[in-house]
Design a protein around this ligand. Sequence first.
Ligand SMILES: [Fe+2]
Ligand SMILES: [Fe+2]
Length: 162
Amino acid sequence: MQLTAKDVRLIELLKEQIEVEKRTLNTLAKAEDEAKETAVRLVFMQMRLDTWKHQKFLEGMIDMLTQTPCDEWSAKVSRYTGRVRLERHFEALIKDESDMVELTSRALELIEDPLAEHLLLHLKEEEEKHTRALEKMIDLVKQAPLQSRKAQKGTDIVCETD
Ligand SMILES: [Fe+2]
Ligand SMILES: [Fe+2]
């Protein structure tokens, strides 16, 4: 597909960040291994998982920018079925994430150790963020056209042209 100069620059930047994330991932893994305190180890672990996630997100963004479906019809069908499946999964996920919020809230009422409370509060905030993110995704998926780029008609899937 035809990438604009901006896309090319963007991909370069994303790749540069992926390298930094990978490097950091190694450093964090070592730090986590060497940490003697449980709380410190957990913080390193959390950063390591976030860093891994950042790497995967950045790689996924590059895929999004560089992949264009070539067969219009199957591209459209697969996006549509993917969307339906996604929505079904979302409902179950939202339920689970809400349960996680509820369970951490209840645990927070019982917890006394301030450090453990701090960690659990952080967890609860993340669960709330997960729930909100899923709700937002449902909205976006419903609104999104079945193509990633503007075509001539709203129903067009843009394909590569040589
Ligand atoms: Fe990062
Ligand atoms: Fe969660």
